[in-house]
Design a protein around this ligand. Structure first.
Ligand code: ATP
Ligand code: MG
Length: 301
């Protein structure tokens, strides 16, 4: 079992009833339904692995509030990308249930957008055309594209401007730096205004300065648009700077072994990363991850 049972975030807790309230109204009002919920989710990648009891992730239980930003951290191979595939319906659980926005997930979710470590822009398309791509695929945009093209294009241009890419709309990916490509990839993930943004190591390949710049861009986009984010990262500072709640996964098979809320006030700016309060949370997470890695190192030749 996970050493710390994940619970609903503090924002979901019902307010305590006042002493003056009559007995009949003392019951706390029901907490709002979580936006993402994993109920005892297990995944084996194929029936043979399942028959052998080899699961990539095990017994995942968590509740994410609407608008919450969560980060998943853990050692390589622990199941972070698997968790993402489950969250967006690209993989169905072997056991358990995943609910997003009140519905059980049965297939790929239209309300999600994804970005990965590699920007994977199409080299023959301009930046603008790359950002517009989901609108050519995802309904209802696909059928509306002809009649609303100007509006959609304006939306893409606004997004690109927000991430500092105004003036680069007509450039091709090979004319952009790695950081610029990653910004365009985030715009592509957001163009259809998803309620859930999934980011799998999106800044992993970037230098430290560019990474911090993109943290701030993501922070601002999320603050203004209020979408949920699930961020997978190896970078503990990144998780503490951006997330409301951090989940630490154990070595494979991945289980959630720690749920850590980040009580640092928002808006957060980069100066915060040099404060003792920030450093303490990073250190706490590091000690958990270190403890997870030790047994693996002992048993591995
Ligand atoms: N398509 C697949 N078929 C079989 N096993 C898989 C498949 N994809 C992943 N796995 C296994 O599932 C486990 C979790 O993999 P996953 O990619 O989720 O890890 P991760 O935490 O994202 O790792 P990293 O930090 O290196 O990206 C690993 O043991 C991996 O070998
Ligand atoms: Mg991965």
């Amino acid at each position: 079992m996970p050493s710390s049972t994940p619970q609903a975030p503090a924002t979901q807790e019902a307010p305590a009833a006042t002493q003056e309230a009559p007995a009949t109204t003392q019951e706390a009002p029901a907490a709002p339904a979580p936006f993402v919920e994993f109920r005892d989710v297990w995944l084996a990648y194929n029936p043979t692995l399942e028959a052998q009891g080899h699961y990539a992730v095990e017994a995942i239980d968590l509740k994410v509030a609407r608008g919450e930003f969560i980060a998943i951290v853990g050692p390589s191979g622990c199941g972070k990308s698997t968790f993402m595939k489950l969250s967006t319906g690209l993989k169905a659980p072997s056991r358990g249930e995943i609910r997003v926005d009140g519905r059980t997930v049965h297939g790929p979710l239209k309300i999600s957008g994804m970005a990965f470590q590699s920007a994977s822009l199409l080299p023959w398309r301009t930046t603008l055309a790359n950002v517009m791509l989901p609108l050519e695929i995802v309904e209802p945009y696909r059928s509306q594209l002809k009649s609303r093209r100007a509006e959609f294009e304006a939306r893409a241009r606004t997004l690109l401007a927000r991430v500092g890419l105004a003036g680069y709309e007509d450039k091709f990916p090979w004319q952009l730096s790695g950081g610029m490509q990653q910004r365009a990839s985030i715009c592509r993930a957001l163009i259809h205004e998803p309620q859930l943004l999934l980011l799998d190591e999106p800044f992993g390949a970037l230098d430290a300065f560019t990474r911090e710049e993109l943290w701030c861009i993501l922070r601002d986009l999320q603050a203004s648009q209020g979408f949920n984010v699930i961020l997978v990262t190896h970078d503990l500072r990144e998780s503490v700077f951006l997330a409301d709640t951090i989940y630490v996964m154990s070595r494979s098979p991945g289980r959630i072994v720690l749920r850590r809320e980040v009580p640092l006030p928002r808006p957060r700016d980069l100066d915060l990363t040099y404060t003792p309060a920030f450093g303490e949370i990073v250190q706490e997470l590091r000690s958990h991850i270190g403890a997870l890695k030790k047994p693996a190192m002992e048993v591995s030749p």
